[in-house]
Write a protein that binds this ligand. Structure first.
Ligand SMILES: [Zn+2]
Length: 96
């Protein structure tokens, strides 16, 4: 059995787009993971149970509403991570 929350892919895609527009956002694993997890927790999951190819198709045709919701939740997560990073800011690049 295979199923998956395709909002996960939508959020990752929206986050990538966001990162390109905001070079000041911390790129470390931890901040990125926190942001994605926080974003997903604000969103209702949209589950698809189908083979890999169909999941990708579902993501590429994800309605505008799903993307808009993901972006909104992402922006609020980004604000929280920026305000309270789990490490001293700015982080020493070598540690990450
Ligand atoms: Zn960081």
């Amino acid at each position: 059995m295979q199923f998956r929350n395709y909002m996960e892919d939508v959020v990752k895609q929206v986050f990538e787009e966001y990162l390109q527009r905001d070079p000041s956002f911390c790129r470390c694993e931890r901040c990125r993971r926190d942001t994605i997890v926080m974003t997903l927790n604000q969103l209702r999951g949209k589950y698809v149970g189908s083979p890999e190819g169909e999941i990708r198709a579902a993501v590429s045709t994800a309605d505008r509403q799903a993307k808009a919701d993901a972006m909104l939740a992402l922006l609020s997560a980004v604000e929280k991570v920026k305000a309270h990073p789990h490490h001293p800011s700015p982080p020493a690049q070598e540690e990450w």
